[in-house]
Design a protein around this ligand. Structure first.
Ligand code: ZN
Length: 306
């Protein structure tokens, strides 16, 4: 090979390229994986939830990634949201965390190869407990051990970035982000805000951002908040940092009775109109969370002229 040939197969080259693009481009993330698996008939019942698809429906999972790539996603997220050892242990599969996580990353990488794009693959690092019940947060020791293990496994799989996502407490966001950053891999951290713009724990977004900024992540985002509610915390976030910021929202929200209320954002055109306001507020990482589909990403790409 010519010494100056850039090898896009080298994770370090790709990570550098990602960091460069982050400074100058808007990058599209993918949309939901869990709800899309369910829509395509894959069992995502608890406790394994979306992790079950890695073993039972790898082709469907790969096709979902591929559909997001063909829709224009620049970054797809491997289906590692529920592959922490701690989560798999509830199905007697804790000892397979490394194998299952690797399979999930390989499925995402295969989709990128088939798409003939140079899209990036993110490894998802999610909260250990239920995303919507921050009071269930586990001991600090467990959080540290599990997020360090997950970060190291994902790094060894050669992901291009670590996406610490759907974080609902400052403590877990800081522990997971710190574990991710210590691998040397580019790290984005995404927080869930409630309808009032605070974290689900009740802690303020300002305090969360202040704690995270001390760790030097590469971007801070807000996700799993309804499309109609995400602009306000995003605008707040813009005033706290000059780092790249982003958003990927839900097409609905949980009401006080914990029932899912779908909003107009279920329609891709409506979702994209919300997303345009996020872009105008300074977001340069934009995608979709629960309930979004490849059509949402394709519509985003057109409206944002990417
Ligand atoms: Zn979500």
């Amino acid at each position: 090979m010519h010494p100056f040939t850039i090898s896009y197969n080298d994770p370090n080259v790709r990570r550098k390229l990602l960091k460069r693009k982050l400074k100058s481009e808007t990058l599209l993330l993918d949309g939901a994986t869990g709800t899309e698996l369910e829509r395509r008939g894959v069992d995502i019942s608890l406790p394994l939830w979306s992790a079950r698809a890695i073993l039972d429906a790898p082709e469907t999972l790969m096709q979902i990634h591929l559909d997001y790539l063909l829709a224009g996603a620049n970054i797809i997220t491997a289906n590692t949201f529920r592959t922490h050892r701690h989560n798999l242990a509830s199905s007697e599969m804790g000892d397979q965390a490394t194998t299952i996580t690797k399979q999930a990353v390989e499925i995402a990488k295969k989709a990128v190869r088939l798409s003939n794009t140079s899209a990036f693959v993110a490894g998802s690092i999610a909260p250990l407990g239920d995303s919507y019940t921050p009071q269930n947060t586990l001991s600090e020791t467990t959080l540290r051990e599990e997020h360090a293990l997950m970060s190291n496994i994902l790094m060894s799989c050669g992901v291009d970035l670590l996406l610490v996502e759907t974080m609902n407490t400052i403590l877990e966001a800081v522990i997971a982000t710190s574990a991710a950053i210590s691998t040397g891999c580019p790290t984005f951290t995404s927080l869930v805000c409630g309808r009032d713009g605070s974290l689900l724990s009740g802690e303020s977004l300002y305090d969360a951002a202040a704690s995270l900024l001390q760790l030097n992540p590469h971007a801070i985002l807000i996700n799993c908040t309804s499309a109609q509610d995400i602009l306000s915390p995003l605008q707040d976030l813009r005033t706290y940092t000059k780092l790249p910021i982003g958003a990927y929202a839900n097409v609905g929200y949980l009401n006080e009775q914990k029932n899912w209320v779908q909003t107009a954002a279920v329609n891709p055109d409506s979702y994209a109109k919300y997303a345009l306001t996020w872009s105008q507020a300074g977001a340069t990482l934009i995608g979709g969370c629960c309930g979004t589909r490849p059509a949402h990403i394709a519509t985003l790409r057109n409206l944002l002229s990417l």
